[in-house]
Design a protein around this ligand. Structure first.
Ligand SMILES: Nc1ncnc2c1ncn2[C@@H]1O[C@H](COP(=O)(O)OP(=O)(O)OP(=O)(O)O)[C@@H](O)[C@H]1O
Ligand SMILES: [Mg+2]
Length: 337
């Protein structure tokens, strides 16, 4: 590698993002959230790719300028390889390959999920492994035993919807917009979580989750109400739904931590930005003398800082990829025994 400076590129969904790292130190990062999807109530894959194509050049130029660097300073490119939308991944990956080829620097294909998990430690030289990770995002809800940055064991996962997906779908049912998570979070602050008791699902002898029953229950609840009721009680219903999700996520995570003897718990992914979930996890971990790692809010949802940071770890282990690396839309963490 020419220098220890890594440019990170993230285009897996609807954020076009770039970051510059010197070693493990973040110099600067930019996340451009695509607004084109808002009126559709969800991400439109074709539009996402086109927007990445338009935005990625300016975002990279911007992050270099703000880092007071030029492309000539870059010693390696870290890019999200998957999981994500195929067309969106291809834009970032192709751009990254072009840069790596043109600059004659190594390319590091990064698993976006690893990025989310280790986003907690951006800027740190050491990773406090092992730990139990609650990964809660738009596409994932998993409890993962993280032995180190290469060794993971799946403890539990959703059997249907992801937690973020549940927030987004319920927000759509309530007619409050997209993305649902931040909107429900904000609305809930003005409502009462005790207004209605939505069901909490669990499975005997398993740390798995399920949110589709909860979503259906919210739908049935809404359909039974008189006109105007939902509008009048939006904050209460949002808070009651959120409380059900937080109860399930926090309860299951703490149980797994107790059973498996974990003293360190790491939150990761977009739903880790949820203020009620963070508050509850702080209370529960403090009560049991466990250490909680909450990612900085900027690094909960998709960003390139977490991608460049993983690029740093790959660069020090010398594991560069070839220019043949492909986008893998359904890339998984590889779980050992
Ligand atoms: N404050 C919040 N409360 C609850 N959910 C939130 C909050 N902020 C964001 N989210 C949810 O997080 C999700 C987006 O997170 P993220 O960007 O990590 O997911 P993704 O990239 O779409 O999926 P994945 O990372 O699994 O591929 C959305 O579903 C969004 O509603
Ligand atoms: Mg993500």
């Amino acid at each position: 590698m020419k220098t220890s400076i890594i440019l990170g590129i993230e285009t897996s969904c609807d954020e076009t993002a770039a970051a510059v790292f010197r070693g493990y130190e973040l110099i600067h990062h930019i996340t451009a959230t695509q607004l084109v999807h808002t009126s559709y109530g969800g991400v439109v894959p074709e539009y996402a790719s086109r927007e990445h194509n338009k935005l990625l050049g300016p975002v990279i130029r911007g992050v270099l300028e703000q880092s007071e660097m030029t492309l000539a300073d870059i010693g390696g490119i870290a890019v999200t390889q998957g999981p994500g939308l195929a067309g969106s991944l291809l834009v970032g990956l192709s751009y990254a390959k072009g840069l790596a080829l043109g600059l004659d620097v190594p390319i590091y294909g990064i698993n976006h999920i690893e990025g989310h998990i280790f986003a907690n430690f951006i800027g740190e030289k050491n990773l406090p492994t092992p730990f139990l990770c609650m990964l809660v995002s738009g596409g994932h809800t998993q409890l993962i035993h993280v032995e180190n940055a290469r060794d993971y064991k799946l403890i539990g996962q959703t059997r249907d919807d992801a937690a973020g997906e549940a927030f987004d779908k319920v927000a759509r049912l309530l007619g409050i917009g997209y993305p649902g998570g931040p909107l429900i979070d904000r609305l809930s602050k003005e409502g009462s979580a005790d207004f209605h008791h939505f069901p909490r699902s669990s499975f005997d002898g398993s740390y798995d989750f399920s949110f589709s029953g909860l979503k259906t229950n919210v739908m049935q609840y809404i359909s039974k109400q008189a006109p105007g009721f939902i509008k009048d009680h939006l904050p209460d219903i949002a808070a009651s739904f959120q409380e059900a999700v937080v109860d399930v996520l926090s309860g299951q995570t703490m149980q797994a931590a107790r059973d498996l003897g974990h003293d360190r718990i790491v939150l990761a992914g977009g739903v880790a930005a949820n203020s009620r979930l963070r508050e509850r996890m702080v209370e529960l971990t403090e009560a049991e003398g466990k250490t909680l790692f909450n990612p900085d809010l900027r690094y909960c949802t998709d960003n390139a800082a977490m991608i460049a940071y993983m690029g740093y770890w790959k660069s020090i282990s010398g594991s560069a990829d070839s220019l043949d690396i492909a986008a893998i839309p359904n890339l998984k963490l590889s779980f050992g025994g």
